[in-house]
Ligand binder design. Structure first.
Ligand code: IVH
Length: 674
């Protein structure tokens, strides 16, 4: 029997993570734990448990408080051709079906009264939902008013595209684990919320309850009122005869298109519905699902591998993360996966994981690979279950297990993480100064902050084990870095909370000198994009703390290189200036970062994936066929890699920079804060 405090602690943490948009477990697992809590013998007398059970509904989606005009139904699932055949056989002869991708977002009902948007309500439990009208500005494609008398209810799915995700992650300073989870909490965010980042989403309409006249043409009618509907070109929808072979082929084609990582929407199946409203009426409704539509669910793509080891890592503030490493990489949904995240020791124990286990790995809700479960067949018959270490993998001190995620409380250990980051590639980039060297220097009491690294003499370095021969080189390297590190990298090296590459670049662009950043008031920090309340306050606190370190660095001769001037797009005469450019595949061995920097330098905006807003695309070696299809389908100008090089070589504007695009470089926090 699990301790009730543990169980409750884990649930509360999971609920909080969910609200933050980074769920740490699947809904099923959450529900299971919640049931376990409800059934716990001490639950009835436990005040905390009661509060939790009463405030968090079964399932992480809460029923809201606004009743829907008519229930928002769900769909029965089918998973194979046989199920499809059965369904199509229930339709009258000569009937057609509408085949549309099933977008996995948050279902929303929007009611217009006399043409004015009256309210927006989430699906909730289907009967009642949450009124989210106050957040309508974060949902694109919703007109404030439409030309339609009376009351009209429009239903659809709120989703996020890749671009929306990048923007949200950028503002938040941390990536989201998938494209669905940020939506619910963002829609429900109260107006007085202190969350500062934006979560841009968009609405894709799939139905309208029209008064008789336009009834059978609801989607066309919606499009004419300015909605983006599920049958718009981008989605691959089709109207087809109710013939299983034809419909199946289209389902497979949609599966192929939507599985491509470049597809802009997250899709978990296909909805097949009778097209004709009279036929829908004839087939009618079951208790909670219509009989005129089915959801064909794609099996989520999984790979099977052998768990070779579990790696532990310590974050900036001491949190321990667990990563499962497979013996061989496996292919899942188009990418090779060898490392998959594991939640925490409790979850690992629940899954019964052991080294050598055969496990299924999936890219749950599309982005980060996770170990899902043991497979049925195992090679090892008498396994020794994995037991998480109780000591820190770096400093070997006892870990703190107060929260589900263990934490190393040793300040020196966090120091090592910070020092290793500070001398690393995104900061001072000292050649030859590894984590191992930092550990030795910390242990010997030679360094306790980054300024110490620059103050050490060759003789002092030489006292460290194994450093005898390279001491002079290290000193030469620190001298080089004092004059050769760009301001944003210097800022990243100071290890200030929230200051990852993106924010380092924004601060550097805004303040231009290290002294100006050091002396910035809170109000001045707030002038920088996406620095608000908590983030600004904590930055300021840390800036005050590192001021002596900054001053010492300056005394030691630190002269950060200035940030490049931004390109004035208006006055640049480069042919790509101001254009949004997509480069796919490899061109002349350039890395993604190099391509991006080259584009920024000529005043172009690099694009991450094909979309309507892309002006020009260049395809290099190994460009994926699906991406190329998408580019052509969107009517984007497509050129070769050689043409890209030629375009870059055209008269260039001033070299430039753009903080907007950093998010894609993966310069994101492992942990948001302590
Ligand atoms: S048609 C009776 N079309 O799937 C509902 N629904 O399981 C008929 N969904 O919550 C809706 N994509 O929000 C329809 N292309 C699509 C859809 C779609 C996603 C959602 C819908 C509902 C759930 C039903």
């Amino acid at each position: 029997m699990r301790d009730i405090e543990d169980l409750l602690g884990e649930l509360i943490e999971a609920e909080r993570a969910y609200r933050d948009g980074s769920p740490v477990m699947e809904d099923k697992v959450f529900d299971g734990l919640r049931d376990e809590l409800a059934a716990h013998p001490s639950a009835a007398e436990h005040e905390g448990a009661q509060t939790f059970l009463n405030s968090v509904a079964g399932g992480v989606i809460e029923a809201g408080d606004v009743e829907h005009l008519t229930p928002m139904l769900s769909l029965d699932k089918i998973t194979d051709e046989e199920g499809l055949q059965k369904f199509l056989a229930t339709l009258s002869e000569e009937q057609t079906v509408l085949v549309t991708p099933k977008l996995d977002g948050i279902a929303l009902s929007i009611v217009f009264e006399e043409g004015k948007l009256a309210r927006m309500v989430t699906r909730g439990d289907g009967r009642t939902g949450t009124d989210v009208t106050h957040n309508r500005r974060i949902v694109a494609n919703v007109p404030d008013s439409i030309d339609a008398p009376g009351r009209v209810e429009v239903r659809g799915e709120v989703v996020m595209t890749h671009e929306d995700m990048a923007a949200a992650a950028e503002g938040r300073g941390e990536a989201f684990k998938n494209r669905r989870n940020p939506i619910g909490p963002a829609l429900a965010r109260p107006s007085h919320s202190t969350k500062t980042y934006d979560v841009p989403t968009r609405f894709i309409a799939y139905s309208a309850d029209l008064e008789s006249e336009a009834g059978d043409q609801a989607l066309g009618w919606l499009a004419s009122k300015g909605f983006v509907t599920i049958v718009d070109d981008a989605f691959g929808s089709a109207v087809l005869p109710a013939d299983p072979t034809v419909v199946m082929a289209t389902i497979e084609a949609i599966g192929e298109v939507t599985r491509d990582p470049a597809y802009d929407y997250f899709c978990d199946g296909v909805v097949v519905s009778a097209t004709d409203p009279a036929e829908r009426d004839r087939l009618g409704l079951g208790s909670r699902t219509p009989k005129w539509a089915k959801a064909y669910k794609f099996a989520s793509e999984v790979g099977i591998g052998i768990l070779e080891r579990i790696e532990l890592d310590v974050g900036k503030t001491g949190g321990i993360s667990f990563t499962g490493v497979l013996a061989e990489p496996v292919s899942i949904a188009g990418t090779m996966v060898q490392r998959a995240s594991l939640h925490n020791p409790d979850q690992i124990a629940r899954q019964g994981l052991f080294i050598g286990a055969r496990v299924t790995v999936s890219k749950m809700n599309d982005i980060i690979p996770q170990i899902v479960a043991l497979t049925e067949e195992q090679d090892i018959t008498d396994p020794e279950l994995y037991v998480a270490p109780t000591t820190c993998p770096k400093c070997e001190q006892d870990l703190n297990f107060d929260k589900v995620r263990p934490k190393c409380m040793n300040p020196e250990c966090a120091l090592l993480t910070r020092m290793t980051n500070a001398v690393g590639r995104n900061a001072f980039d000292l050649d030859g100064a590894s984590g191992v060297l930092m550990e030795k220097a910390i242990d010997a009491g030679l360094v306790s902050n980054i300024a110490d690294v620059f103050a050490l003499t060759a003789d002092e370095w030489r006292t460290l084990d194994g450093v005898e021969g390279s001491a002079d080189k290290i000193v030469a390297e620190t001298q080089r870095a004092l004059k050769g590190t760009r301001l944003d990298n210097v800022l990243a090296g100071l290890q200030i909370r929230w200051v990852n590459q993106t924010f380092a670049r924004r601060l550097a662009d805004h303040f231009r000198t290290l002294e100006a950043v050091r002396d910035a008031t809170l109000e001045q920090l707030f002038e920088v994009e996406a620095i608000k309340e908590k983030r600004g306050t904590e930055m300021k606190e840390d800036l005050v703390k590192v001021t002596p370190v900054i001053n010492r660095l300056l005394d030691l001769g630190l002269e950060p290189l200035p940030m490049p001037e931004r390109v004035d797009v208006e006055s640049s005469d480069h042919p790509l200036a101001g254009k949004k450019v997509l480069v796919t595949g490899t061109i002349d061995g350039m890395s993604r970062t190099e391509v991006k920097e080259a584009l920024i330098a000529v005043g172009a905006k690099p694009a991450g994936s094909p979309s309507k807003s892309v002006d020009i695309a260049y395809a290099g070696e190994g460009a994926g066929p699906a991406k190329l299809d998408k580019i052509t389908a969107l009517g984007i100008e497509l050129h070769t890699g050689e043409e890209f090089l030629a375009a870059l070589a055209a008269t260039t504007g001033a070299p430039g920079d753009d903080a907007e695009n950093d998010a894609e470089q993966g310069a994101l926090f492992g942990e948001a804060d302590g």
